[in-house]
Design a protein around this ligand. Structure first.
Ligand code: SF4
Length: 157
């Protein structure tokens, strides 16, 4: 007799990792802030046309204490960098970071003393979204890639 036949109807077998990762990936709460032009595309992604609510993500949080995803949308000035670090540290773990656009990923065209040459100099970035600016579909693609990454994580880490 196989294991399936011994388990009563209506009982599903899974692992803690799979269940927790499914819950985490399906209810990401992004921190609501934008830094430059990329933020306009990010806002569009939450609107009715692109409808990020389909991914369980419509709840933009005004407080970092209620957010687990930071979307860095736009260039980060050196003056703003300590603020970004403070916001990241105030977010509860586990937490994830998306660098949206050329500026957040590398400094973009702003190769000068005032702009951080990539947010990964100060924060651990999970997904980079290319473009100047990336369209909302590209941000959504980056979020789907982050969800795939979360599915492979373990609660033991
Ligand atoms: S990547 Fe382009 S659109 Fe985005 S913040 Fe930089 S200049 Fe603006």
């Amino acid at each position: 007799m196989g294991l399936e036949e011994k388990v009563p109807d209506g009982v599903l077998l899974t692992s803690v990792d799979k269940m927790v990762n499914w819950a985490r990936k399906s209810s990401l709460w992004p921190l609501g802030f934008g830094l430059a032009c990329c933020a306009i595309e990010m806002m569009s992604a939450f609107g009715p046309r692109f409808d990020l609510a389909r991914f369980g993500m419509e709840v933009m949080r005004p407080s970092p204490r209620q957010a687990d995803l930071m979307i860095v949308s736009g260039r980060v000035s050196n003056k703003m960098a300590p603020v970004l670090i403070r916001l990241y540290e105030q977010m509860p773990s586990p937490k994830w970071v998306i660098a949206m656009g050329a500026c957040a990923s590398t400094g973009g065209v702003f190769n000068n003393y005032a702009i951080l040459q990539g947010v990964d100099k100060i924060l651990p970035v999970d997904v980079y979204v290319p473009g100047c600016p990336p369209r909302p579909e590209q941000l959504i693609d980056g979020i789907v890639k982050l969800q795939e990454k979360i599915k492979k994580e373990s609660v033991k880490q």
